[in-house]
Design a protein around this ligand. Structure first.
Ligand SMILES: Nc1ncnc2c1ncn2[C@@H]1O[C@H](COP(=O)(O)OP(=O)(O)O)[C@@H](O)[C@H]1O
Ligand SMILES: [Mg+2]
Length: 287
């Protein structure tokens, strides 16, 4: 991957976007052409749909948004390497097709989560706030099934699922956001108890009504909301549902590969330089 040269080489100071993970993400447009914004902080998101429905593209948009925010760290898991790989330079952790590393990473995140709760307890607070002592963390996973049902043995797959469930259940208040994509989130891929923890769910085109209901929740297809009705040629279009809401038809915005490379390189440049700057300040203070 080619990355833009760091500030030290160019003699310029990188200017960030001033975006925050507390700002809502621009997801796309609804069927009336109105913009759809999605707050990510304190939420988790599940993305489902058949192959080619637009899941990885949507995940890239979400990771791209987060990469440009200066108050969120990225932790990316991508069994295919190439879907989220362009953001590796902006990520604190990038996990490819390696279940052991995926488990180790989730264990580390679990420890971070526990430490953060201990900190909140010490300052008599219940939740993470803007400009807090620590950054939010986006845990983005493309194709959960790779880690939960495809590679490794049953014991490791179950360990992965249990850790992911804990992060999804307890991470929200300490700024840990889980966004995960999978073709069909049936019980063999993700535990139904885990599925229920995702506040936001996006169902791109699904092969049948049952698959659509698995993503959106039981009974929506019967009420007229089935992602099976999405035109297969309309990639990125799907139903978006929030906890307690009604599914809304949305066409997700789309970044071309060139767009992603441009955003990823810029984010890597700003992130690397700001980390250096923070470190320099800390070192100076310590001298
Ligand atoms: N929001 C979108 N708008 C337009 N085209 C899209 C959109 N999302 C995806 N596509 C097209 O569909 C293709 C497959 O999308 P992808 O995200 O790889 O699907 P999936 O991960 O569900 O298999 C992309 O390469 C792109 O050409
Ligand atoms: Mg994909």
């Amino acid at each position: 991957m080619t990355t833009t040269r760091p500030a030290a080489d160019t003699g310029t100071v990188p200017v960030g976007t001033l975006m925050s993970i507390f700002d809502p993400l621009f997801l796309g447009i609804d069927e009336f052409g109105q913009p759809v914004y999605l707050p990510l902080i304190y939420r988790n998101m599940l993305i489902g749909g058949e192959p080619g429905a637009g899941k990885s593209s949507l995940l890239n948009t979400i990771v791209g948004h987060a990469a440009l925010c200066d108050d969120v760290r990225l932790c990316l898991l991508d069994g295919k390497l190439v879907e989220l790989g362009l953001y590796e330079g902006s990520a604190d952790v990038f996990v490819g097709p390696d279940l052991d590393l995926a488990i180790l990473t989730l264990e580390r995140l679990q420890t971070v989560m526990d430490n953060r709760y201990a900190f909140l307890r010490s300052v008599n607070r219940q939740k993470f706030l803007p400009r807090d002592a620590f950054d939010a963390i986006l845990v983005a996973i493309d194709e959960i099934a790779y880690f939960s049902a495809t590679v490794g043995d049953k014991k490791d797959q179950e360990r992965f699922m249990a850790l992911l469930r804990d992060l999804t259940a307890r991470g929200r208040a300490v700024g840990i956001i889980v966004v995960a994509a999978t073709q069909r989130p049936s019980s063999d891929i993700i535990l139904p108890s885990l599925r229920a923890l995702f506040a936001w769910r996006f169902a791109g085109r699904c092969t049948d009504d049952v698959s659509s209901d698995i993503v959106l929740g039981h009974g929506w297809a019967k009420r007229g909301y089935s992602a099976n009705t999405v035109d297969p040629n309309n990639q990125g279009c799907g139903y978006l549902i929030a906890e307690g809401g009604i599914p809304a038809l949305v066409k997700a915005c789309f970044m071309t590969n060139a767009d992603i490379i441009r955003v990823a390189n810029y984010a890597a440049w700003v992130r690397r330089s700001s980390t250096e700057t923070r470190l320099t300040t800390e070192l100076r203070a310590a001298a």
